[in-house]
Design a protein around this ligand. Structure first.
Ligand code: HAM
Length: 429
């Protein structure tokens, strides 16, 4: 007997009842992104492992534990992309866009893969909507990207998303920050969890990211002063946050926010949502001024971006009880009985669809009563009935489901008539 086939844990099917919701989110997002001048880029799901090994940071969880990595038949090291920024940078460089200069504003929508233990809001295959702006050094660009992020969330109907921002400084500041952290953690190493004790040597910054209460309390005490921050970085993030105030975007400074990927500098941010539980980040991002050069660019290209987790956006919409967009009903149901009528019905369905109407029907030979029930279930305002009489008389009986009234119409005029009638329902405009 065949084994029961099922989807991988943490990789979900989306059934048609839910795809309408996904599409509504994607459509709103595309509209808002277009207003801000973003264009869509589509990069492959499969990339050489190097793309992520050269970008995300050796000590990050994603690189150490979460990449779906394999050798293909040609012995190449391949990864199912765990995120979109490194792919976008690879694509930007591969197509020589760093040579043409100017601002490049991209967005992408699609599946990402991380081998994590599945739980609410944490999937092995999940979807991100990401934006990346290349060639943008100004703090006002950080502010615009953040304003876009919050605009997107409110256009989707979310009211409770909270923005947190931190300043991570630049690569010259990083050794000073790490030194400060090491100094303040070392005396308390015994109180840290085992993983964080190891992080003290590998990457103390990651300790700030630990979710354990004890480590968080110690971490809070260690980020007190910002002496390690250079003047340019301090001014940059101050200008970005002042611009947010001008744009009326609320935010909270969060000195423990370090992000799970290593490529960030200066502005780093996350949006949390109270309806999400333990995995409360709807999205996150920041500035990554060194990444383009780190991945092979001939000169530095300042850049900033973010990604939203779409599964989490949908969970947050549920938590805020934002009603899903109703699935549009077909305008016409064609109910036919008998072989000759079914052939006419098939032709009518085709003609209606070619005329731009959404039309439903079936060929299973079920009674008119059953077909009418199906039409009601779908919410069709009109039914076109075709039986032996209609075939003999070259007519179609059109039934108005709301008025519960019906009348015959000549076959030659029926598409036009249904078009006229359904124009009034607001469907298929
Ligand atoms: P990230 O914080 O790793 O950043 O991921 C962004 C968002 O993707 C998270 O906030 C979360 O909503 C969602 N996400 C991540 N992992 C999972 C998972 N296993 N299951 C469900 N959702 C998940 C990045 O990926 C950066 N590339 C963002 C960025 C763009 N930075 C600059 N530009």
């Amino acid at each position: 007997m065949a084994t029961r086939l099922e989807a991988l844990g943490g990789a979900s099917d989306v059934l048609p009842a839910d795809t309408a919701r996904w599409q509504a989110v994607e459509q709103t997002a595309r509209q808002v992104l277009a207003r801000y001048g973003f264009q869509e880029v589509r990069t492959p799901i499969l990339e050489y492992a190097e793309v992520f090994l050269q970008s995300l940071g050796e000590t990050t969880e994603v690189v150490q534990k979460q990449m779906y990595r394999f050798q293909d038949r040609g012995g190449r090291e391949i990864v199912l992309r765990p995120e979109g920024t490194a792919s976008a940078v690879r694509c930007y460089l591969e197509h020589g866009l760093d040579k043409t200069g100017g601002l490049v504003k991209w967005y992408y929508l699609g599946p990402m893969f991380r081998a994590e233990r599945p739980q609410a809001g944490r999937r092995r295959q999940f979807h991100q909507l990401g934006v990346e702006v290349f060639g943008a050094a100004s703090p006002y660009q950080d502010a615009e990207v953040l304003a876009l992020l919050m605009h997107l969330l409110s256009a989707l109907g979310l009211k409770q998303a909270a923005l947190k921002i931190n300043n991570l400084g630049c690569r010259n500041d990083r050794p000073r920050l790490i030194e400060q952290l090491r100094r303040s953690f070392t005396g308390r190493a015994a109180e840290l969890c085992e993983e964080c004790r190891a992080r003290l040597t590998t990457n103390p910054l990651r300790i700030l990211d630990c979710k354990r209460e004890r480590c968080r309390t110690i971490a809070h005490g260690s980020v007190g002063s910002s002496d390690w921050l250079c003047e340019d970085c301090r001014r940059h993030v101050e200008a970005a946050t002042a611009a947010l105030t001008t744009l009326k975007v609320s935010y909270e400074p969060d000195p423990l926010l370090v992000r799970g990927l290593d490529y960030y500098s200066r502005t780093a941010f996350e949006v949390a949502h109270p309806g999400l539980g333990a995995q409360d980040a709807l999205g996150g991002g920041g500035r990554y001024d060194d990444l383009v050069q780190q991945m092979g660019g001939s000169s530095p290209v300042p850049a900033v971006g973010f990604a939203l987790g779409l599964e989490r956006v949908l969970m947050a919409l549920d938590a805020e009880q934002v009603a899903p967009a109703p699935v549009p009903a077909p305008s016409v149901f064609v109910a036919a009985l008998g072989d000759a009528a079914q052939r006419k019905g098939m032709e009518l369905l085709q003609r209606l669809r070619e005329a731009g109407l959404t039309a439903a029907g079936e060929y299973e030979g079920r009674s008119f009563k059953r077909q009418m029930e199906q039409a009601s279930k779908l919410g069709c305002p009109y039914v076109a009935l075709l039986g032996d009489d209609e075939v003999a008389n070259q007519t179609v009986t059109i039934r108005d489901m709301r008025q519960r009234a019906q009348a015959p119409v000549a076959w030659a005029q029926c598409v036009e008539e249904l078009r006229r009638l359904t124009a009034g329902t607001g469907k298929d405009a």
